[in-house]
Design a protein around this ligand. Structure first.
Ligand code: ZN
Length: 322
């Protein structure tokens, strides 16, 4: 393929870089995964991104001439209009770094930038579970809890580009401390690490014998907590169900505020269907306005970890200066 009929996207993470080349319909033709080597600082990371994109092009049997640019999904706060990563806690040295300019110079094609949750929301909207729903709320549930808002088919960024931070809705006064500095945020109550931490407290006080059989003396992972819950450990079940209830409360508020056509739930915790996702959706169905519930389609995300790179790639045409 030599004409500009493929799109290129990069999902930049604190640990890994995932690059892909796809058709304009979102079919992935080739991809590359590599370590970010974030400790090397911005210059090393930019080089890693450029090499990864070149390998993805090779894997797709394509070349740099075939792409009109690269869309980058970036972790943490960024300023898409200026192409800046303003502050990325997992990327040392990334403070007001002009990432689009640097990647563009390294690859000699234009680049655009979007924060990871917004990019994933746009990816699901264009190519995944949210296809056809112009007003859409996307929530990713995993190590962190993030969100993206699509209104009239466009990413809603807000005044400062910070819109969609659903993980920091405060749901419990004086609740557990959150990475953002507040207490009782959804992320501090319902994320994987939050629930794993609660389960390890139960473990330490001898209330989780099922979990103790699985992990022994080790610190439990969220997967192990879920495994113990499925095998009947009552404390682990309660921890996950409580996380699901807080998620449900957040969904009630979000659905009533945005009245979206679709709610898309993504991230690793969507695997906790019976104890976490289903009860949360049930709380949302009972608590939100009946008309809001009648008009919303609730789905699990379809693109997995390709959502961010695909979404960023798809944003390229509208973000590039003409
Ligand atoms: Zn928070």
């Amino acid at each position: 393929m030599t004409s500009r009929d493929v799109i290129a996207g990069v999902d930049l993470g604190g640990t890994k870089i995932y690059s892909l080349i796809a058709t304009v319909d979102g079919d992935v033709l080739g991809s590359d995964r590599c370590m970010t080597e974030a400790a090397g600082g911005p210059a090393v990371v930019v080089q890693r991104i450029a090499e990864s994109v070149r390998r993805a092009l090779d894997a797709a049997g394509s070349s740099i001439d075939a792409i009109s640019g690269v869309g980058i999904s970036s972790p943490g706060p960024c300023d898409p209009s200026r192409g800046l990563v303003t502050d990325a806690p997992n990327l040392p040295g990334f403070h007001n770094i002009p990432l689009t300019k640097l990647v563009s110079e390294a690859l000699d094609v234009p680049a655009v930038l979007e924060n990871d949750a917004n990019a994933a929301a746009y990816g699901e909207y264009r190519f995944g579970a949210g296809k056809g729903f112009d007003d859409l709320l996307f929530i990713t549930l995993g190590t962190g809890i993030g969100g993206g808002i699509i209104i009239d088919g466009r990413v809603y960024a807000g005044a400062s580009g910070a819109a969609g931070e659903v993980g920091h809705l405060i749901l419990k006064e004086d609740g557990p401390p959150c990475n953002c500095g507040s207490r009782g945020c959804l992320e501090a109550l319902s994320s994987g690490p939050a629930m794993a931490r609660e389960a390890s407290e139960a473990l330490a006080s001898g209330r989780a014998p099922g979990l103790a059989r699985i992990v022994g003396e080790d610190v439990p992972t969220m997967e192990q907590v879920y495994e113990a819950a499925r095998q009947g450990d009552a404390a682990c079940r309660e921890v996950i169900q409580r996380g699901g209830r807080y998620l449900g409360l957040a969904l009630v508020g979000l659905l009533d505020v945005f009245n979206p056509r679709a709610l898309i739930l993504g991230g690793g915790l969507t695997n906790l269907r019976d104890l976490y996702i289903d009860p949360a959706i049930e709380i949302a169905r009972r608590g939100a306005f009946p008309q809001v519930i009648a008009d919303v389609t609730i789905r699990t995300a379809e693109l997995g970890d390709a959502a961010g790179a695909l979404g960023a790639a798809a944003l390229l045409p509208e973000r590039l200066p003409r």
